[in-house]
Design a protein around this ligand. Sequence first.
Ligand SMILES: [Zn+2]
Ligand SMILES: [Zn+2]
Length: 442
Amino acid sequence: MLTTLLLLALSAAPAPGQTPSAAEVGAVYPDAYKLYLDLHQHPELSSQETRTAATIAARLRALGYEVTEHVGGTGVVAVMKNGPGPTIMLRTELDALPVEEKTGLPYASTVRTKDPSGADVPVMHACGHDLHMAALVGTATVMAGSKGTWHGTLVLIGQPAEETITGAKAMLADGLLTRFPRPDAGVALHVGNGLPAGKVGVGSGYRYANSDSVRITIYGRGAHGSAPEAGVDPIVIAARTILALQTIVSREVPPGEAAVVTVGYVHAGTKNNIIPDHAELGLTIRTYEPAVRTQVLAAITRIANAESAAGNAPKPPLIDHYESTDALYDAPVLADRLEPVLASALGKDNVVTVPAVMASEDYSYFIEAGVPSFYFSLGGADPQKFAEAKAAGTPLPSNHSPFFAPDAEPALRTAITAEVAVLRNLLQGSAEALRRALGEAK
Ligand SMILES: [Zn+2]
Ligand SMILES: [Zn+2]
């Protein structure tokens, strides 16, 4: 009898490293979903996530995590120590976007607020960060309640201001890696409509691109539109510059390397019969390899200067490289180790390999700072709508769209299952063994 009871007790508790059962996830799901609805209806703009951060902090504190708030602005760090072993970080973002929700959902956001310039703007969780937060709290609950299945230190972070590419940097500057246990590895995911809910997308190596924002101001000399000889036309110089910039990727970058140079806006002039005295171009540049990035940025400077000189501009253009993010790189050793873990947790067919994209994400700053990471995609699309959209050839609303509405239930369950499986796998063995595996792979 005693043996039977003991066996029953043992079989009820998941074995070390075991992927979470549907029952384990099911037990935390209703509360995670409630949290999702609450966060969805209370979105906050980047760097203004005070209610959001306080909500997440309170939840994690109640679960027994050691919680520190106001890390790099509104950032939250929650630590749970559970014996010797690796230190693993899981990250969620906290912020929403100035987008007016048009999903028609009963829980759609109607929030409006003031943006940093004082303008009245609508706010919506149009990037799914509310789902990431609900998943992290669900995962935190499972991990806190199953300490026999893992050992080491779990560091959960709520990162502010991802959409403005400032929050990760701010948390690092505020001592994320020095004031708290330093992670041996990091984990993050992002929901999107590129995959149906229930599936995850994995890859290894570069996942997201280096992103550089450049503003070029081309100088001319203003004149009457009827007397071009009296001026220098910056619009003509701008037009030639734009076309010449398109030869960087087609004629200078090796064909096997990836790069994008997009001129996203041209601002010049006020009236049809006035030659203006300047023109402004706004560029976004995407690359993976550091050498290609350097090459493309140098070529932009060279071409912009040369076209202004060719056009007899009174002075060289002002080239302002005002914003940049580094590429996001998935440590291949982690991707190789964790793909089968996800396959056994979610089913082999639910883990698909996805190609790298030219989007950008400031999680890359944590990797830059020395936290090798596993960043994966979470399917968010309603599986039926996904199939219909594919058949019709019309893409579903992307992240940042006012119509972006992930199929929350299966996506949230999948996120919690995947996160717990990955964390339990990484929180095994010794920190040294993990560091060695990651170090040898570099
Ligand atoms: Zn976003
Ligand atoms: Zn996002």
